[in-house]
Write a protein that binds this ligand. Structure first.
Ligand code: DGY
Length: 429
């Protein structure tokens, strides 16, 4: 039995706070949206009931308007900033007030597809919640209905300090009345591995604006300080919407087919707006100015996962994928190593993230680029085998970065080694 599988199961058990799982203790002491989605995928391999509970507890914090918030604060914890008193969500349990990449429908579909009749019964219970969250993205983050999903805060993309956001953040003014604050993240992780102070001030300026307008999405879209389109959210939402349709078909919910199909068509059409001819790839773009980011990221590579792009575009993305992998010892980096803004240890400006690798690998396989997919999957497994369940990894050295004993890293490892995760293994852990 692989010792690392035992360790991965242990990490998920130790991060369990009773009904929900924290990404890691101290650095992230609450429930995070897409972390919980991937964690459920890992839990499913050794405790199906607990995997469903992870999803249900996250949905318990869904807003009336359908938004699934990015953080659910079930207790206060001085180890984290900004906590519930900064966001002012005014609901129970208190939450942050932006969302995160919508991986949930895909994960639910995957659990049902691989699972038992019990799993489809569970999916039926939560289907309408998933519909509401997709409708929220389509309406609140694309009120002009052109199929381009906006993101209003880098935290919503989950790729907080990626150079993609330098563009949008350059227009964010830090207001004088912004309250002084003390960051907590840099007491847990080396400063050089986290976003800069200047970036944090801008993150807080956007929160300040949202609070001032009572988190009114319409005002935030029209007047908010930051409005960019993210290939990550766009492609993950498109993929999840396709999986939602599969789920609706399996559950025979005919009344929903048309609406979901229309979302798929819109998002497919809107995705073309992210094609940057100069770079020859899918890139982030500022919605207000139309200006493009000029780097290929691990989110750009999710075009395969969403099955977006014509044959020529796919070939260009395949070539970028190969070129970038050739520049690193471990793929896939969060920013192009040949770009001047590359930083191999700073959070989303270079390091490798397992959840992204997992989605990229899956997409490449589905689009027939098997060699590249296996290369990324092998790198992924090797990173954990050599460096453990870190939050992210150096693409050159393979060394562990950020938090340790990280839930989604453990979950992806379990998913990738799923043939080795048997009831027998679990009983022995
Ligand atoms: C953080 O606190 O670093 C998170 O990425 C915000 O969600």
């Amino acid at each position: 039995m692989n010792e690392m599988i035992k360790e991965a199961i242990n990490v998920l058990k130790e991060n369990d706070r009773g009904g929900y799982t924290v990404p890691t203790s101290r650095l992230y002491p609450f429930q995070w949206n897409w972390d919980s989605g991937f964690t459920a995928m890992g839990l499913w391999h050794f405790n199906k009931w607990r995997a469903w509970l992870e999803i249900i507890s996250l949905l318990d914090a869904q807003w009336e308007n359908g938004m699934i918030p990015h953080i659910v604060f079930r207790q206060s914890d001085p180890d984290y900033f900004p906590g519930p008193d900064i966001w002012h969500s005014n609901n129970e349990p208190p939450t942050s007030c932006v969302s995160q990449p919508p991986v949930l429908a895909t994960i639910v579909w995957q659990m049902v597809e691989k699972g038992t009749p019990y799993d489809s019964r569970k999916a039926k219970e939560i289907f309408s919640r998933l519909m509401a969250s997709h409708r929220w993205f389509m309406e609140s983050r694309d009120p002009v209905n052109d199929g381009v999903i906006a993101t209003v805060h880098p935290w919503e993309t989950g790729r907080d300090n990626c150079p993609d956001w330098d563009l949008g953040l350059s227009n964010v003014e830090v207001p004088e009345e912004l309250e002084t604050y003390i960051r907590r993240d840099t007491t847990h992780v080396e400063t050089e591995q986290r976003p800069t102070q200047q970036e944090y001030d801008k993150y807080m300026a956007i929160v300040h604006f949202g609070k001032k307008v009572g988190w009114d999405n319409d005002t935030i879209y029209r007047e908010g300080p930051f409005l960019m389109a993210d290939p990550g959210i766009q492609f993950i939402l498109l993929r999840a919407t396709k999986d939602l349709l599969q789920l609706a078909k399996l559950l025979k919910l005919e009344a929903e087919f048309d609406e979901i199909q229309q979302w798929i068509n819109k998002l497919t059409q809107g995705s073309q707006w992210l094609w940057n001819d100069i770079v020859g790839g899918f890139c982030a773009r500022d919605i207000r100015t139309g200006e493009f980011s000029d780097g290929i990221t691990n989110a750009s590579m999710l075009c395969f996962y969403a099955n977006v792009g014509n044959a020529e575009q796919k070939e260009k993305m395949r070539a970028h994928c190969e070129r970038i992998l050739d520049k690193c010892n471990y793929g896939f980096p969060s920013w192009d190593p040949e770009h001047k803004s590359f930083d191999k240890i700073r959070y989303w400006r270079g390091p490798v993230w397992l959840v992204m690798n997992y989605m990229i690998g899956k997409g490449l396989l589905e689009c027939g680029f098997d060699k590249l997919a296996y290369r990324i999957m092998n790198d992924t497994k090797m990173l954990v085998d050599n460096a453990g369940m870190a939050e992210y990894f150096d693409p050159m050295e393979g060394s562990p970065l950020g938090g340790r004993n990280f839930s989604w890293t453990a979950a992806i490892y379990l998913e990738m080694c799923s043939a080795d995760v048997s009831e027998d293994t679990i009983n022995r852990v």
